[in-house]
Ligand binder design. Structure first.
Ligand code: NDP
Length: 496
């Protein structure tokens, strides 16, 4: 029997055994085979990692590094990711069950995250502010915050970690990452590549383990300047209240229940493909899943037929096989949650048009669930209101633009929305009226490190990607300098 790979924490540029001496096993969700063990972190490990990050933050090798040089390091890290893309894609596919073909696509664009922020590193600066007294200079400086805590989920570990790591480093911070306990390996490998790229030891640290232990300890650490979190709205709310009393910032990218709206004038074959991509890609395990479809009554039957037909023929199986279209859910509880929601929907009166059953992926033995289409549903049902995070679509008809705007916005979430129409004016009207941080028209799931995104309502706080996110990782200092050497005449009117 071959020995199981063991991953330690990555702290201060070196592998560190967990203080508890304990490890967490990670399993391939397609086969239930145990893949590796990762250190089970606790508050002692977190304290060690934050101390290493703090030391690196204050080290002149990092603090005084020119912004241009910081950019070079980010560029090098992007290049190293590109060189290791196939390995990283396979590692992540085995770990969370995402299709290898999707992971190859993600890895093809992942270097861009680092290259984009490499280009931005030497463009972070303050302003010169004119004041009423020409003898007094006022300028602003954008400074790094300090040690940033990054907590990420299992569905796209490398991409979601990079959305935080690249801008945080670009702005001059150091980082402690706590990946999901289900998918630690690629994030550990990423930290190793950061060291290889030339980032000083302690600039990027990873503490693995459970959210309630390592994650909570990171959130509670007094020396943390900021938390950047992607995960569920429930955990995001806990983090927001835990950090509120310390007045440290948090960027929160949370859940969604996004509407995908198909108008009567849409290109229906394309819209059907967009609906399928929106909910069945990644087995529905994406925050932006288009899990609520509203179809105009004039095209409802046609759209439903096309979507259902495609859903029935989706190839379920080994995510490493290029032909597979739907892999497993990431772990057993996730499949139980999805199955539980479909049963709940049936109890609420929903009709299952296709799917609605767990499968073993054609003998692989993993945690698969059939692509599922629910009809006879309405906005008051829990299957329509709550995030399922699985391949379960609810389809509803509508009659007017006014009605669909109301239905689409009738949700506590506000992450994303899709619109399918050939009317230019309608496209703009809908983009303006939908209460979602991202609106796609005649496409779905498009994303780029260059394009800022924000979750509205309970889908998040703060911006990721683009130049905007640099504000999230910097603080603004205002500096006033009196250039006059005249004696101060009146201390009670010392103003510019
Ligand atoms: P969770 O909120 O359960 O977990 C996210 C991360 O937080 C994990 O690393 C988890 O660790 C950790 N964590 C859990 N509890 C705590 C705690 N008390 N303190 C600190 N950290 C904690 O989300 P999931 O992993 O289930 O991810 C799915 C969710 O992520 C969905 O709701 C989805 O919509 C959202 N998401 C949002 C995206 C966005 O950009 N808006 C993108 C992708 C996903 P552990 O796993 O070890 O428990």
């Amino acid at each position: 029997m071959s020995e199981l790979t063991t991953w330690q924490h990555f702290i201060g540029g070196t592998w560190v055994e967990p203080a508890s001496g304990q490890y967490v096993e990670s399993t391939n969700p397609a086969t239930r085979e145990v893949l590796y063990r990762a250190a089970r972190g606790n508050a002692t490990d977190v304290a060690r990692a934050v101390a290493a990050a703090r030391e690196a933050f204050e080290d002149p090798r990092w603090r005084d590094l020119s912004q241009t040089r910081r950019g070079h390091l980010l560029r090098r890290l992007g290049d190293l990711i590109a060189e290791n893309a196939e390995d990283l894609a396979r590692m992540e596919t085995r770990d969370n069950g995402k299709l290898l073909r999707e992971m190859r696509g993600q890895l093809a664009t992942l270097p861009e995250y680092y290259h984009y922020y490499a280009g931005l590193a030497d463009k972070i600066h303050g302003d010169f502010i004119p004041t009423s007294d020409r003898q007094v200079l006022n300028y602003t400086a954008r400074e790094p915050l300090g040690v940033v805590g990054a907590i990420t989920p299992w569905n796209s570990p490398l991409t979601l970690t990079s959305s935080k790591l690249a801008p945080a480093l670009c702005a001059g911070n150091t980082v402690v990452i706590k990946p999901s306990e289900y998918t630690s390996a690629t994030v550990l490998r990423l930290a190793e590549l950061a060291l290889e790229a030339g980032f000083p030891p302690g600039a990027v640290n990873v503490v693995t383990g459970f959210g309630a232990e390592a994650g909570q300890a990171l959130v509670d650490h007094r020396d943390l300047a900021k938390i950047s979190f992607t995960g569920s709205t429930a955990t995001g709310a806990r983090i927001a209240s835990a950090t509120a009393g310390r007045f440290i910032g948090s960027t929160l990218e949370l859940g969604g229940k996004s509407p995908n709206i198909v108008f009567g004038d849409a290109n229906i074959p394309n819209a059907a493909m967009g609906v399928v991509a929106g909910i069945f890609a990644a087995a529905g395990q994406t925050c932006i899943a288009g899990s609520r479809v509203f179809a105009h009554r004039s095209v409802y039957d046609e759209l439903l037929e096309r979507v259902t037909e495609r859903a029935r023929t989706i190839r379920i199986g080994d995510p490493l096989d290029e032909k597979t279209e739907l892999g497993p859910l990431a772990f057993e509880d996730q499949r139980e949650k999805v199955a539980g929601y479909v049963d709940l929907g049936r109890g609420e009166g929903a009709r299952v048009l296709t799917g609605g059953r767990a499968t073993d992926g054609g003998g692989l033995g993993g945690w698969f669930y059939e692509p599922t289409v629910l009809v006879d549903v309405h906005n008051d049902m829990r299957v329509v209101r709550e995030e399922i995070f699985g391949p379960v679509l609810a389809v509803m008809p509508f009659d007017s633009e006014e009605e669909v705007v109301r239905l689409a916005n009738d949700t506590e979430y506000g992450l994303a929305a899709g619109v399918w129409t050939t009317s230019l004016s309608r496209a703009h009207r809908m983009a303006a009226r939908l209460d979602a941080g991202t609106v796609w028209v005649n496409t779905y799931r498009a994303m780029s490190p260059m394009s800022p995104r924000q979750g509205f309502k309970t889908s998040g706080v703060g911006v990721e990607h683009g130049t905007e996110t640099i504000r999230e990782y910097t603080r603004l200092k205002s500096v006033w300098i009196n250039t006059s050497e005249e004696p101060v005449a009146d201390p009670f009117t010392m103003r510019s």
